[in-house]
Ligand binder design. Structure first.
Ligand SMILES: *Cc1c(COP(=O)(O)O)cnc(C)c1O
Length: 293
């Protein structure tokens, strides 16, 4: 799934630079990307749990909601989405698609949604909608991390640096766990409030892996899904030059970050770099909603 990144612009960073991109997006618009790996063992467990219903959480544009709905449909599992915020008059494309794929949507207030990890709150949801196998927001739990350990394969052991977008950190943890030797694993944080990530990495990773796993907070652009014209211009120019589609919430910030770090000399010029394209392209469908087509 690796492709050499074919970008004429890279010559400005030196002729020795080789960047590959692992196109997890090609696994599918909805259930591709990192969510493909995060759901793999979760759905297996749901199927074996005897209650073939999944209950999970997300916002109106969530890739995890989109992926869970699609993957459950394919696996013949019922699914319930607990969605943050009051039910809007017009559903987002993401929610419309999830609904069309059979997900039952339940909207909860933002203050209820904040309780999504509390056992008591989860029990009240199961009393109301259950029984169900519960997958946390973003799909980050033991099964999700185990699945992400399968993102890197043997062919990737020669890369010096691996980069991926980082929200809950589950993907980063899985990638770090399966990294080899002196590989540096770099997460580009896409939201500001990340207290949980360092805790997760501390819990999940052995000391020798933990020290080579880094999170860069310089490219959040102010928070989750926040963007400015500089990021948007970077994305459209990058996609035009390379033919690789990226979106503004995760992969756009990641690529922007890698290029900026190269420009500043934060990464050695002769490095062999692997960027994980974590998918998320379903988000781009929202644009057609905005433009009214
Ligand atoms: C969910 C998602 C991530 C974040 O993964 P975490 O494991 O929560 O850090 C990154 N990229 C894309 C495209 C995603 O959909």
């Amino acid at each position: 799934m690796n492709e050499l990144l074919n970008d004429p612009y890279l010559k400005y960073f030196g002729n020795d630079l080789r960047i590959s991109i692992k196109r997890l997006d090609k696994l599918g618009v909805y259930d591709g990307g990192n969510k493909h790996f995060k759901l793999r063992y979760n759905l297996q467990k749901a199927q074996n749990s005897g209650s073939p219903t999944v209950l999970t959480f997300g916002g109106a544009y969530s890739n995890h909601i989109a992926a869970t709905a699609f993957a459950c449909l394919k696996a013949g599992i019922n699914c319930i989405g607990i969605v943050r915020g009051e039910e809007p008059i017009a559903l987002s494309k993401t929610l419309l698609e999830a609904k069309a794929n059979g997900m039952k949507l339940h909207f909860v207030t933002r203050s209820d949604y904040r309780r999504r990890t509390e056992p008591e709150y989860i029990k009240s949801l199961l009393d109301e909608y259950g029984p169900a196998y519960v997958i946390p927001e973003g799909g980050t739990n033991e099964e999700g991390i185990k699945g992400c350990e399968e993102i890197l394969t043997d062919e990737d052991k020669s890369f010096d640096h691996v980069f991926c977008a980082c929200a809950t950190g589950g993907t980063l943890a899985g990638i770090a766990k399966s990294s080899k030797g002196n590989q540096i694993i770099n997460g580009i944080a896409i939201l500001k409030n990340m207290d949980g990530i360092n805790t997760l990495l501390d819990e999940q990773l052995e000391d020798d892996v933990r020290v080579k796993t880094k999170i860069n907070f310089s490219y959040t652009f102010g928070g989750y899904a926040k963007q400015n014209s500089e990021l948007q211009n970077f994305i459209s120019e990058f996609t035009t030059r390379t033919g690789v589609p990226i979106e503004p919430v995760y992969t756009g910030k990641t690529l922007y970050g890698v290029y900026d770090m190269l420009r500043k000399g934060d990464i050695e010029k002769n490095s062999r770099i692997l960027i994980i394209h974590t998918g998320g392209l379903q988000y781009l469908n929202q644009n057609s909603l905005i433009s009214g087509t």
